[in-house]
Design a protein around this ligand. Structure first.
Ligand code: SF4
Length: 313
């Protein structure tokens, strides 16, 4: 029996709790768009993007018209100081595939934010098939200088789903890249989507044990939604399929958390669409209300993240 890394009253391992444990104070993520593309967009693996992805900014001019990341970061910090009362910040390379470039370009980019005052580390979101040994060596160097976390888009542990979603990689690739990254002692997060028509409810719940085996440090969970200008939007219009409503999502996520290793930090439990892009499902509750309901559901059951894994409290 081991001890939960979070107060049982929290019911799951919140990212805010982890950041306080790591840095001793409130830390806020500032999202950055460094102008990268993705292999499913630029022709290497496809041109339409992953099935569910909004293609709104598929413009060739996008990268040229972006504000430099350092300026984005400084401006984001100014806003976060006022709106979120944070004093320390993580530079979050979030948009698209943030390791999809030359080593020289990546090194220049990542290092460009390290000397911004009150920045305590960097988060890098990317695809598991876009990280080779040279990039891992760079990340290994960086983690010696600052806090570093890499977030991989796993999206599903089932190849049938990855194929349907036109991801262009398998779960084996995710598994291998996570292993290599963790072997270097780098903090690894994963991103997963539930609600694909290719997966049953029990298959979704079975994902918990598969993800537990990967040794992931953190996890973001999204519900599948259909957004404008995605390939999925056309497909859904022709052949609609059931999507999660709020009530079923709250029960699903509560069931899933009970099966998930309690040492995995939860960074997200519900998806977000950019304003004006969502087609369906149109949920009426705000994100904070859904999080509150998941908490209440686990409280009602008197359970918590990892409850079924015989982890003591
Ligand atoms: S889902 Fe991610 S990897 Fe796929 S096209 Fe969109 S940004 Fe790129």
């Amino acid at each position: 029996m081991s001890v939960l890394p979070f107060p049982v009253e929290d019911r799951y391992y919140r990212f805010s709790q982890y950041l306080r444990q790591q840095f001793g104070e409130r830390v806020y993520r500032v999202s950055l768009d460094a102008g990268f593309s993705c292999p499913t967009r630029d022709g290497h693996l496809g041109t339409g993007g992953c099935l569910y992805c909004n293609n709104r900014s598929f413009s060739r001019d996008r990268a040229n018209n972006l504000t430099p990341v350092k300026t984005q970061l400084i401006q984001g910090i100014e806003i976060a100081r006022k709106q979120h009362k944070a004093d320390k910040f993580l530079a979050y390379f979030q948009a698209y595939t943030n390791t999809y470039g030359s080593i020289k370009e990546l090194e220049r980019l990542y290092r460009s934010v390290l000397d911004v005052p009150d920045v305590v580390g960097i988060l890098i979101g990317t695809r598991p098939d876009c990280v080779d040994d040279n990039i891992l060596a760079l990340l290994n160097d960086l983690q010696r200088e600052t806090y570093l976390s890499v977030e991989y888009g796993i999206e599903s542990v089932y190849d049938k789903t990855l194929e349907w979603a036109r991801r262009g990689h398998t779960f084996k690739t995710s598994r291998q890249t996570i292993d290599k990254t963790k072997n270097l002692g780098i903090h690894v997060g994963g991103h997963i989507i539930f609600g694909f028509p290719t997966e049953s409810r029990s298959e979704i719940l079975d994902s918990a044990s598969v993800l537990n085996e990967t040794g992931l440090d953190a996890l973001k969970i999204h519900h599948l939604h259909v957004v404008k200008k995605s390939t999925l939007a056309d497909l859904y219009q022709k052949t609609p399929f059931p999507l999660y409503n709020e009530a079923d999502w709250i029960v699903l996520i509560s069931d899933f958390l009970e099966r998930l290793n309690p040492n995995i930090v939860i960074q997200r439990l519900v998806g977000d669409a950019k304003p004006g892009t969502l087609i369906t499902p149109q949920w009426t509750m705000k994100k904070t209300q859904i999080l509150q309901k998941i908490h209440s559901e686990l409280e009602r059951r008197q359970t918590y993240q990892g409850y079924f894994l015989n982890i003591g409290i």
